[in-house]
Design a protein around this ligand. Structure first.
Ligand code: S3P
Length: 170
């Protein structure tokens, strides 16, 4: 069976949806951020602070390449910035069926306004940063995805039902 891949902006619900989906579909879950943190033995914030964003982006591509060689029948949740790189979008398509959890800036802001673990949002005006990044990235998310799931105002079980309905059992 093909992997189910979850993409979308920070705070769109990839981790929670991924975990619940893994119970429903009885598949294991892999999260690229967690894989990178495990391999590097430090947090994403530490990686950004010490080695910078470019280093982290290279680690993301390396992680995807590794997964392409080894997985199938899993749920894979990827960091919010990963689909921005063209090579990564091609790798995502190779890896499986890609679901974009699409959220509005306001929804994301409400979920992340007190979060300190996203280095890109530790700025004076996180809402406008979210809006700018979202506008920049939405076309990439659309291009990278096979199925778009709008998440604003929906419960997790509604989102899960919608994903499950669209999962190709091949
Ligand atoms: C990032 C999203 C984060 C993490 C890093 C950068 C981004 O993952 O990879 O902080 O550029 O959008 P989540 O989408 O899981 O928060």
């Amino acid at each position: 069976m093909r992997n189910v891949i979850l993409i979308g902006f920070m705070g769109c619900g990839k981790s929670t949806v991924g975990l619940r989906l893994s119970y429903r579909l009885r598949r294991t879950i892999i999260d690229t951020d967690k894989e990178i943190e495990k391999e590097e033995q430090r947090t994403i914030s530490d990686i950004f602070a010490t080695d910078g964003e470019a280093y982290f982006r290279d680690r993301e591509t390396a992680c995807l390449r590794k997964l392409t060689g080894m997985t199938g029948n899993q749920i894979i949740s990827v960091g919010g910035g990963l689909p921005v790189r063209e090579e990564n979008r091609a790798l995502l398509h190779e890896l499986g069926q890609v679901f974009y959890l699409r959220a509005k800036g306001g929804t994301i802001y409400e979920r992340l306004k007190d979060d300190t673990t996203r280095p890109l949002l530790q700025v004076d005006d996180p809402l406008s940063k979210i809006e700018t990044l979202l506008e920049e990235r939405d076309p990439y998310y659309m291009e990278a995805s096979d199925v778009v799931i709008t998440v604003d105002g929906k419960s997790f079980s509604e989102i899960l039902d919608e994903i499950e309905k669209n999962v190709e059992e091949i």
